[in-house]
Design a protein around this ligand. Structure first.
Ligand SMILES: NC(=O)c1ccc[n+]([C@@H]2O[C@H](COP(=O)([O-])OP(=O)(O)OC[C@H]3O[C@@H](n4cnc5c(N)ncnc54)[C@H](O)[C@@H]3O)[C@@H](O)[C@H]2O)c1
Length: 444
């Protein structure tokens, strides 16, 4: 199990998944885990549970399940804790989210009801559309961070789990650019003590997690841990981090289609994406500040995949527009339309239309599971800081300074599987296919 200094410690002792935000995604995730444990459903959409990985040459016939190859915590050994500004327990929150049918919810009612959120660190300045009273109070943001640290320790102890991971499933916060207070850890901690307005609640959760040595991933597009100060803390404390923004409906489609069009050197003149969405996430995104955070995350994808600087004839004039419309009747069942204007040989124009009737939280829940389990693997392997190999799960992947983020789903997937091979001491696979490279012998 070792190679180049990587020793992946065993997965013993259980794992508690800490979830800021007990809304549609969190409750669909927790309910799903219990339903799977009871044999009521299969973990569809989860790479850790259903994915396989080829090892060695194709002729070797070694293709285990990822969870049999990498020491991953079995889902029977997961426990959960959460925070929210509404006091509803997991069952009530899941009912209100309206994602899962009553019959399925009733089958896991007891387990869901056991998840009682802890009071949130919340500030309306960052999520204008929400107003809840179940929140912590403290004279400074540092006081709030200390309360979260106590919550984390208490929850871990009460669960009996050996380790914890935190996945932000809270609402999308308003757009925030990197500010001087985010520059380094010392300045950031001063900002916590001085109540800097540039420190968002999600940053306080991330700070608390990293202080406790708990890996952190951000399922929303707000900055959160993606600032130099918190990356410094992650590095100093040897903690892995990941983010941002779960790659689910429309952007998942975009990162599947765009690499294919580019691979065939087909041109793009326009990509118009619009959505109708009626859950609480949609309501939060109805606020222009929160929408701007999401828009930035959704727009960057094509730019990085298509590389218009390298392919000016194909992508220089691409017009890319993204819209999200809050439309309550659809609840969590989002409908996303894409109109894609492409051109081919001799510049002849064509169109592709995509109408994706998707279920947001059904697509997001397995990502929470995979991120929790892989971040725990990263932690036990001694990895720290940004985990680029987890870009596969994110719309807006974090990348180290000076390196552009990788958005192409297929490169991301290759990076993920090769990282697992590398960690476990297997050869990485280049897909060179040496069997097909036999040459004719030359006589001279
Ligand atoms: N569902 C998807 O497909 C998807 C995809 C990408 C990203 N996301 C992001 O994931 C997050 C969760 O999505 P959702 O559909 O579950 O939303 P949701 O509105 O159902 O749940 C979010 C929950 O977070 C709570 N919350 C807000 N601020 C908080 C804070 N500071 N502390 C604790 N709790 C807080 C809210 O009260 C709410 O219950 C959102 O930011 C969303 O943008 C979702």
């Amino acid at each position: 199990m070792t190679r180049k200094g990587f020793t992946v410690q065993p997965a013993d002792g259980g794992l508690i998944v800490l979830l800021p935000g007990l809304g549609a995604v969190s409750t669909t995730f927790i309910a799903g885990i219990h339903a799977i444990r009871k044999g009521l459903a299969a973990p569809i959409g989860s790479v850790t549970q259903m994915g396989t990985i080829r090892l060695g040459k194709r002729t070797e016939g070694r293709t285990p399940l990822i969870r049999d190859f990498v020491p991953i915590v079995p889902i029977e050994e997961l426990s959960f804790a959460s925070w929210d500004l509404f006091e509803d327990d997991g069952y009530t929150a899941a009912q209100k989210a309206g994602v899962l049918e009553p019959a399925l919810l009733d089958a896991v009612r007891e387990e869901l009801a056991e998840v009682r959120p802890m009071p949130a660190v919340f500030d309306r300045e960052f999520v204008k559309k929400l107003d809840g009273s179940y929140v912590k109070s403290g004279a400074t943001k540092m006081d709030l961070a200390k309360q979260l640290i106590e919550d984390i320790e208490r929850a871990r102890e009460a669960s009996g789990a050996a380790r914890a991971v935190m996945i932000w499933c809270g609402s999308t916060e308003t757009f925030l650019a990197e500010a001087p207070v985010h520059r380094d850890l010392e300045t950031f901690e001063k900002g916590l003590r001085n109540n800097s307005p540039d420190i968002a609640p999600s940053m306080i959760y991330a700070y608390a997690a990293l202080k406790c040595g708990v890996p952190y991933a951000n399922g929303a597009p707000n900055l959160s841990a993606d600032i130099p100060a918190l990356l410094e803390l992650a590095s100093a404390n040897g903690v892995p981090v990941g983010g941002k923004d779960f790659k689910t409906g429309q952007t998942l489609m975009k990162t599947i289609l765009a690499p294919g069009l580019k691979a065939r050197m087909l041109g793009l003149s326009g990509w118009f994406s619009t959505n109708i969405l009626g859950n609480r996430d949609g309501e939060v995104l109805d606020d222009p500040g929160s929408f701007k955070t999401k828009e930035e995350s959704k727009l960057s994808v094509l730019e990085y995949i298509l590389q218009p600087d390298m392919y000016p004839d194909l992508y220089r004039d691409l017009y890319h527009k993204v819209r999200i419309n809050y439309y309550p009747p659809r609840r969590d069942n989002k409908e996303g339309w894409d109109n894609i204007d492409i051109f081919g040989w001799l510049g002849y124009e064509m169109q592709i239309k995509v109408d994706f009737l998707c279920r947001d939280s059904i697509l997001a829940a397995p990502l929470v599971l995979d991120l929790a389990l892989f971040l725990d693997v990263a932690s036990r392997a001694g990895l720290r800081g940004i985990q680029e190999w987890l870009s596969f799960f994110f719309k807006s992947p974090m990348s180290p300074p000076g390196v552009y983020p990788e958005h192409d789903l297929f490169i991301q997937r290759k990076k993920l599987t090769n990282t697992l091979r590398y960690l476990m001491g297997e050869e990485v696979i280049s897909h060179l296919g040496e069997y097909t490279l036999e040459t004719r012998e030359t006589s001279d």
